[in-house]
Each structure stands twice: as structure tokens, then as C-alpha cells.
Design a protein around this ligand. Structure first.
Ligand code: FPP
Length: 277
């Protein structure tokens, strides 16, 4: 199904139009999808049911980002530390990922989504690597939303890996230490193809980055909600984006130094909030 043909209520159409019209949507949204286990436990269900429900949130958020014309969405789907979880939960998460890619690939492709991954992906099971590779290759030329799945990902791991390659390139004479700028460091990270995240969303109320995009998050706006990830659907995303459009991003400058385009426009916040009730 083409998502632009999807029937959306007039309220949501209005919200989407207001967000787009604000001219202040983030180019890159990243999300720490937390709270699946708690969501399930609150319902006396096994933790894996929380992950299954979390997959529906992924579908909803991906579609909404694509409809809004957001360029990049990065989802923290499995951290390098998550390998320490009980083996059955890890197996379930891997099979869920495989299922998501198998089931959704055609629709993602039809909607011009480009799929990428970051992380130590050679640690993934073979069957997951295979579907992932197929999804990456099939969608490589798409120029709509870039959906990055952070899998077996840790930001310190990526930084350490990049530093190793930088050191090797210095030894090989390809790079001189004097030329090592912030841009060079960014270029050696696995995230080099994406702009830094403008907005990082974390569900379930924890106030941590948990080893996610540490270098890249330098100027990101953080949005933390008490909602658990399985309860975070498009409407919750619209709330986060609405708040983002109101933030003043100073990048170290003072308020007075900002140009008109850098300061929030007169607030459409109330209208958006009412439509989202
Ligand atoms: C954190 O919740 C969530 C994860 C470790 C996995 C995220 C996976 C999904 C949302 C499902 C599938 C994803 C894709 C991309 C298809 P938690 O288990 O730590 O929750 P808790 O803190 O309440 O225990």
C-alpha cells in the first residue's frame, strides 16, 4: 500500500499539515525504544509480547515519518549489550526482526524507504543477516525516508572502531594527525551517511542515552516520555515533533544572535495539541 493513499482523519491531516508548514521539522529523528518488557509485565504477559507490540509501534512511526517527509529515522532496535539477555528473548528479538523485514520489505520499498543498519552486524544470525542484506540492496536507490536499524549497536564500540581505523590510516600515511578534524571523525563513524540527529526520543521515562549515538547527539534535542514503546504510535510522535518545533536551538549562541528562521514561529502549539487530544 502506498502510504500517501492511506485514509487519515481530517484532524490528523491538519496536524501533519501544521507540522510540515512549521518549516521546523527535524531532518533526523532517532528513538530509543524502551519499555517493551514493562508493557508486557503490566499485562501479565511474557516480555516477548511487549516486543511484538513494539513492532506495531515501529510500523506506525516509520509510516508517519515517511508521510511527513522526514529524511532520517534511526531506531535503537538491539544494543550490543542486549546480547546478555536470556537466550530465548534474544532469539525472539532476532526472529521478530526477520519477520518485520520479510513482511514489510515490499511496502517499505513501494514507499521509497531506504533501509540501512549500524552496529556490529556480523554478530547477527545468518538468516537475519541475509534478509537484512536483501532489504538494504533492494532499497539502496530509494531517496525517501532513510530507516536505520541500530542492531548489535553501541556508540562506544563504533567510536573505538573508528579510532582504530584512523590510527591505521595515520600509520599508512593516508591521514596526518594535524588534519584530524571533527568532520574527519564523523566520516569514520558508521553513521557517516546521515546528518546528526536533531531529535532523540526515549520512551518509558528513563533519562539516559544508553550508549546510543553519543558523538552524533552533541546538539540533539532530547524528548523523554513516560509512555512505554508499545504505546508510542504516530500520535505520540506528533506530540514529540510539536514540542520539537517549539524548541529554540541555539548551538551555543545567545537567543539574541539567532535569525528569524532559527527561532520558533508564533505558536501553532495549542491548535496542534487540541487536534491531538
Ligand atoms: C527495549 O525494551 C527494547 C528492546 C531491547 C527491543 C526493541 C525491539 C522492538 C521495538 C521490536 C522490533 C523492532 C524492529 C525494528 C522490528 P525493554 O525490553 O528493555 O523493556 P523494559 O525496560 O521494560 O524491560
Amino acid at each position: 500500500m502506498n502510504w500517501s493513499d492511506e485514509h487519515v482523519s481530517s484532524d490528523i491531516q491538519e496536524v501533519q499539515a501544521a507540522l510540515r508548514g512549521s518549516g521546523r521539522l527535524p531532518r533526523h529523528v532517532a528513538a530509543i525504544m524502551d519499555g517493551n518488557g514493562r508493557w508486557a509485565q503490566m499485562r501479565s504477559m511474557p516480555r516477548i509480547e511487549g516486543h511484538r507490540a513494539g513492532m506495531e509501534s515501529v510500523r506506525s512511526v516509520v509510516r508517519a515519518c515517511s508521510q511527513l517527509g522526514i529524511g532520517y529515522l534511526t531506531l535503537y532496535a538491539f544494543s550490543i549489550e542486549n546480547w546478555k539477555r536470556p537466550a530465548p528473548e534474544v532469539r525472539f528479538l532476532m526472529s521478530l526482526l526477520e519477520m518485520y523485514l520479510r513482511k514489510e520489505l515490499d511496502e517499505l520499498h513501494e514507499n521509497n524507504v531506504r533501509i540501512r543498519t549500524i552496529g556490529k552486524t556480523n554478530a547477527l544470525p545468518k538468516n537475519v543477516s541475509r534478509v537484512l542484506q536483501r532489504a538494504i540492496e533492494k532499497t539502496a536507490e530509494n531517496d525517501g525516508l532513510t530507516l536505520t536499524l541500530a542492531l548489535s549497536y553501541g556508540s562506544r564500540w563504533d567510536i573505538q572502531r573508528a579510532m582504530q581505523v584512523i590510527a591505521l590510516d595515520v600509520r599508512r600515511g593516508k591521514l596526518s594527525p594535524e588534519d584530524l578534524t571533527e568532520e574527519t571523525v564523523s566520516a569514520y563513524l558508521q553513521t557517516s551517511y546521515m546528518p546528526d540527529p536533531d531529535l532523540i526520543i526515549r520512551t518509558s521515562g528513563e533519562l539516559r542515552l544508553s550508549n546510543f549515538l553519543l558523538w552524533e547527539a552533541a546538539y540533539a534535542e532530547l524528548y523523554v516520555t513516560e509512555k512505554l514503546w508499545p504505546d508510542f504510535h504516530a500520535n505520540e510522535l506528533y506530540h514529540a515533533l510539536t514540542e520539537f518545533t517549539q524548541r529554540e536551538r541555539r548551538f551555543g549562541k545567545t537567543s539574541a544572535q539567532l535569525s528569524d528562521t532559527e527561532t520558533p514561529k508564533p505558536s501553532t502549539l495549542e491548535r496542534l495539541r487540541n487536534a491531538l487530544k
